[in-house]
Write a protein that binds this ligand. Structure first.
Ligand code: CTP
Ligand code: CA
Length: 215
């Protein structure tokens, strides 16, 4: 199977020395890419800036901004069987990048931001992707409600929901605990485990479900 995976945060420049970003180490996305490669899949990893070494044996495309990630997904999505969107994409970017460093003049500073491209939300509606589509939902409240809303709104086959208000899971930690949300089944919680172990379990599940969708 050919699998495209997005991972890591994006950076939206404000001036030559500053940017807006999201908390994301990229560990979950990189673990998924490794697990998919180990299972024999052909992997394309589209990664925002992370401090992890690039995994071997796959195509790795490094990007910075949400717009660059959008363009990279657009150009690599054709021919993929499965796409897993684990990146923590910035939702807004400064409308313009200041050419010079912004000086500390006033007591307050107001930034004007504009929405970025919704990459996962474009997979079906803009890019015409018909393969198996997986999104993530990192939430601090009403986890399953928000996850099911994303499942429907973005046309996903699976949303992996992640309660990021709990200590010791998500973000920079080595472990994660997620619930699988599917269109026509009850939410399925998986036990807390290392991101590597969880990635293997998720890739096994996704491999099976994607094959079922094809037949
Ligand atoms: N996503 C994306 N492009 C964006 C925003 C999100 O591809 N511009 C993807 C993420 O990679 C994730 C899923 O959409 O798989 C859900 O991301 P999330 O931030 O939880 O959802 P949003 O639609 O941005 O909604 P909100 O942040 O308001 O909860
Ligand atoms: Ca978001």
């Amino acid at each position: 199977m050919k699998i495209l995976i997005t991972a890591g945060p994006t950076r939206e420049p404000l001036d030559p020395v500053r940017y807006l970003t999201n908390r994301s180490s990229g560990k979950m996305g990189y673990a998924l890419a490794e697990a998919a490669h180990d299972r024999g899949h052909e992997v394309t990893l589209i990664s925002g800036p992370v401090s992890l070494p690039p995994p071997e044996g796959m195509i790795v495309v490094k990007v910075e901004t949400a717009r660059q990630m959008y363009e990279a997904v657009r150009s690599h999505l054709g021919g993929q069987d499965t796409a897993i969107f684990s990146a923590a994409v910035a939702d807004y970017r400064p409308v313009a990048k200041a050419e010079q460093k912004i000086k500390k003049t006033g007591e307050t500073l107001t930034l004007t931001l504009e929405k970025t491209e919704d990459i996962l939300g474009s997979a079906r509606s803009v890019f015409g992707f018909t393969g198996y589509l997986v999104g993530f939902a990192a939430e601090t409240e009403r986890l399953l409600e928000h996850a099911h809303d994303k499942l429907a709104r973005k046309g996903c086959d699976l949303v992996i929901a992640n309660d990021v208000s709990q200590a010791g899971i998500g973000f920079d930690s080595a472990e994660n605990e997620v619930t699988l949300c599917l269109p026509d089944a009850s939410p399925f919680p998986l036990p807390r485990q290392t991101k590597a172990a969880l990635a293997r379990e998720l890739i096994a599940f996704i491999t099976q479900q994607a094959a079922l969708k094809k037949t």
